[in-house]
Design a protein around this ligand. Structure first.
Ligand SMILES: [Zn+2]
Length: 425
């Protein structure tokens, strides 16, 4: 008598997403021999991805029907000034119309500094938290958040505390960047401020209130020597440098950025090809900010293909700030493709995996791979290329962080019914 081995039943896991027309994995080792699944679903257990593609062998305690859409990794926003007080809409409206900015309205970095200083930590958490909720709804599950609109030791400390509170309260993963080196408050003793920023950077690292330390190195902001002083101080307590590099002039700070092994060099508008190659050799990630360039009508937009061709890994970011109020990495992808000439796949990979590399988070997030955190976006469009094509639309229908649904678009819509909870068998 032959014994027939029992057929194994489906494996029960926390979540099964099925019915995807496309799974956009974002970072796949080209040398990998295994076939990359291009459709099907994703199974999740314990907040981690346990299967990709054919998920017929899994039964989910919770299921989501991707309904012919795309499953992609959550967006990673590598450069944000999401923590600020107030609004500069009056300044922006005047500028787009070519009118002088009216007296008495908040304008420029000083306008935001004033509004940020008068706001309490709780008010800033509310204002910034609302923006982060919108970012989540547009598919961003990991973001970097800079201080830098306080510009006094006390106000910058408040912003470090706001970052900590936001990290505790938001389902998004938030990495804190101390950016006392963002600007000089009017009338401040500049050398004194550089010393204070260096001290505070060192302390922020010791207190565990920041992962990164950023300086705005540009004409009228911090010069190379001041930038070095601040970044070296932060490194003493483990803060990795990020640099606002060459946004409005050529500073020559690319050499310093490479020497210090910065996590990222952002903007790069005036950086030369030779400097880009040097940054590439040092493993520095290039962060491209096309929405910011659009919002300020930048006189010399970056050609991101130069950054890529120099051998740098590209990252994308909103640069959300009072001068560029966008919550949407999908819009950044739109701009990176049309204004920057990237393919949609390149832009989406930069907006997920590239940004994750710049934040040192690529082992965890930024791609769909076995064992990675289940930070996922389900798009209600049939291909990843639709993200660049359907301009200005939020294509994210369901957003998951760590395997939990954290945002559903049109929650009252019949599509909400696609989210079905199943009892455990
Ligand atoms: Zn910035």
């Amino acid at each position: 008598m032959t014994k027939v081995p029992p057929q194994p039943g489906p494996l029960t896991v926390d979540l099964v997403i099925s019915g995807a027309a496309e799974i956009f994995c974002a970072a796949v080792d080209p040398s990998a021999t295994e076939r990359v699944p291009t459709s099907g679903g994703v199974a999740v257990d314990g907040g981690r991805i346990v299967a990709i593609g054919d998920v017929s062998g899994y039964r989910g305690r919770e299921t989501v029907d991707a309904a012919g859409g795309v499953v992609m990794p959550g967006f990673v926003d590598a450069h944000t000034h999401v923590v600020f007080g107030g609004s500069r809409v009056a300044e922006y409206a005047a500028k787009v119309a070519g009118r002088p900015v009216p007296d008495g309205v908040p304008a420029g970095i000083v306008g935001t500094m004033t509004e940020t200083r008068v706001a309490s930590a709780r008010e800033l958490v509310e204002q910034s938290g609302a923006r982060i909720a919108e970012m989540l709804a547009h598919g961003t599950t990991t973001l970097e958040s800079k201080t830098g609109y306080g510009l006094s030791v006390d106000a910058e400390q408040k912003l470090l505390d706001v970052n900590r509170l936001l990290t505790e309260r938001s389902p998004a993963r938030i990495l804190s960047t101390y950016t006392g080196g963002h600007a000089f408050a009017p009338g401040v003793d500049r050398d004194g401020w550089v010393r204070q920023v260096a001290d505070q950077a060192r302390q922020a690292g010791r207190d565990g209130l920041a992962e990164f330390n950023d300086v705005y190195c540009d004409d009228g902001y911090f010069d190379c020597e001041q930038t070095r002083t601040i970044l070296e101080a932060g490194r003493e307590s483990g803060l990795r440098p990020r640099v606002h590099l060459d946004a409005y002039s050529h500073t020559g700070a690319a050499a310093l950025t490479a020497e210090l092994g910065a996590a990222s060099a952002d903007h790069l508008n005036y950086t030369t090809d030779a400097e880009l190659s040097r940054l590439a050799a040092a493993g520095v990630i290039g962060v491209y900010l096309p929405c910011l360039e659009y919002a300020v009508r930048h006189p010399k937009p970056l050609d991101p293909r130069r950054v890529r061709d120099a051998g740098m890994t590209l990252a994308l970011a909103t640069d959300i700030c009072p001068g560029c109020w966008t919550v949407s990495m999908q819009m950044v992808v739109v701009m990176a493709c049309r204004a920057g000439g990237l393919s949609v796949a390149e832009a989406l990979t930069a907006a997920t995996h590239g940004s994750a590399v710049s934040l040192g988070m690529d082992d965890e997030v930024g791609s769909i791979a076995l064992g990675k955190r289940a930070d996922l976006v389900i798009l209600d469009v049939p291909s990843h290329e639709d993200v660049a094509y359907r301009i200005g639309r939020n294509n994210a229908r369901v957003v998951l962080a760590g395997g939990h649904v954290v945002a559903v678009r049109d929650a009252d819509d019949p599509a909400r019914r696609l989210l079905a909870r199943q009892g455990e068998m």
